[in-house]
Write a protein that binds this ligand. Structure first.
Ligand SMILES: *Cc1c(COP(=O)(O)O)cnc(C)c1O
Length: 456
């Protein structure tokens, strides 16, 4: 009988996160203070993050132990299943073997709690009482609300207006876990009021929501801020995904030729890829890693590698990353988690060094792939996840043309049960492709250039 699910016991759950910085040939450039243009020190970040997380952010240690209380909570949904996509393979009539790691079994329905739980844990340990954050499609806000409820922390979420209106059930999920949720831009912060003054009907962006959440955290000594992607420590927490996959693939005797995941800020892509990329870097394995972004927000394939702010108001340090400019406002596509102007520093450096690849796909191809996946494998994917699936289908078709039995692994980073309006719009023909233009980038370039440190 063919084995469909590859499961691990709780006792096989990895005990350590993997920190790729230890193995990167070119280390990431330091974040800079926007005023002095000098590298930021741990003390600069102390008003918004607890010291344990700041130390992880700058750590060069290869493995960091997952604290016992975090592992206990992980057990609610971890280890997650890895599946062989037999029905999808058959539908595509491909010789490729397709595996997917399913992160939709978590309390919020995506990979996000993998970092929400440790972030809440380290904040609680530091005596923090409340966390603020932003959320796009609502996945991250839900994950942090859940994590805060586990540790008795208050949680205040700024939700991008377009998603707040598109995905009302996400707000109710967050409320159920005990969080307060505000549509962003809001009147509760200076950053939000500035935007609303210029554009009272602003549909918001992740960059604006981040500014609002940071502003609220800086204004109160018992409150800190939590980010769901982009930062080094967030990507590291997600490596439990790939660490599990390594063990699960051992049971199959297969090893991936290609690893695929969608990329918003880079955390789920890093999570599934970095433990395998370690084997490329240290054992000479030839696996390809493909990050998939939406064509409407193509920072990896069309952006510039420059220092830029992580948020719209410019509250964050300057980060060296592929960016479309911190004022870039992506089209209101349904894959809310992918509507971010920049990519994590780690993924950006790895792409620059040619160690990972990137591709940008249009949303109609992605939804078509999502529907194929639902009708073959029986899971309705999150709109973000459909980007990975569309790339998998492309690679599986290529494998068929080449007659090669490639092994493809992808991260099914979340289910789409709270994104049904997106599917409704797709079926009703209301969705269309968005073409990013060079003008959109050149409009933001002067602003980015002004932020660069002058070479001494
Ligand atoms: C947040 C999210 C993403 C994008 O964020 P990354 O940090 O790039 O992983 C992708 N898919 C889902 C389901 C998400 O919730």
């Amino acid at each position: 009988m063919l084995q469909k699910k590859i499961l691990l016991n709780e006792s096989e759950m990895p005990t350590h996160w993997y920190n790729i910085v230890a193995d990167m040939p070119n280390k990431p450039l330091p974040p800079l203070h926007p005023g002095t243009k000098k590298p930021v020190g741990p003390e600069d970040l102390a008003p918004i993050f607890p010291m344990d997380l700041i130390l992880q952010e700058v750590s060069t240690e290869r493995y960091i132990e997952i604290p016992e209380p975090v592992r206990e909570i992980y057990k609610i949904w971890r280890p997650t299943p890895m599946m062989r996509a037999y029905a999808l393979e058959k539908f595509l009539d491909t010789p490729a073997k397709i595996y997917y790691k399913y992160e939709g079994t978590s309390p919020s329905g995506s990979h996000k709690p993998n970092t929400a739980v440790p972030q809440a844990y380290y904040n609680k340990k530091a005596g923090v009482r409340k966390l603020t954050t932003e959320t796009g499609a609502g996945q991250w806000g839900t994950a942090l609300s859940f994590a805060c409820s586990q540790f008795g922390l208050d949680c205040e979420v700024y939700m991008v207006r377009v998603s707040y209106d598109q995905k009302p059930y996400r707000k109710i999920m967050m409320n159920t876990f005990g969080a307060e949720v505000y549509a962003s831009p809001s009147n509760r912060t200076q950053a939000g009021r500035n935007i609303l003054e210029k554009d009272p009907h602003s549909t918001g962006s992740l960059g604006i929501a981040i500014s609002e959440a940071i502003e609220r955290a800086v204004g109160d000594e018992h409150t800190k801020y939590s980010l769901g992607s982009v930062l080094n420590h967030v990507l590291m927490h997600q490596t439990i995904i790939g660490q599990e996959c390594l063990k699960q693939l051992e049971y199959t005797g297969d090893y991936p030729d290609i690893v695929i995941a969608p990329l918003g800020g880079g955390s789920n892509f890093a999570g599934i890829s970095f433990p395998f990329l370690r084997k490329n870097l240290t054992e000479g394995k030839p696996t390809r890693f493909i990050a998939v972004e939406p064509a409407s927000c193509p920072k990896l394939t069309k952006g510039v590698f420059k220092y830029d702010f992580g948020d719209t108001a410019g509250y964050t340090p300057l980060l060296p990353m592929y960016t479309l400019g911190h004022n870039f406002k992506p089209a209101s596509i349904h894959a809310g988690g992918l509507r971010y102007h920049g990519a994590s520093v780690l993924c950006s450096q790895l792409l620059k060094d040619g160690l990972i690849e990137a591709n940008a796909l249009q949303q109609l191809e992605c939804f078509e792939a999502g529907v194929v996946f639902a009708r073959t494998e029986g899971i309705i994917p999150a709109p973000e996840a459909t980007h990975g699936i569309a790339q998998v289908i492309r690679e599986a078709k290529k494998a068929k043309e080449e007659g090669s039995a490639k092994t493809i692994l992808f991260n099914l980073c979340g289910h789409g049960f709270v994104d049904m309006q997106a599917y409704a719009d797709y079926f009703e023909g209301k969705l269309h492709d968005h073409f990013f233009t060079d003008e959109e980038l050149s409009a933001n370039l002067p602003e980015i250039e002004a932020l660069q440190p002058t070479v001494a």
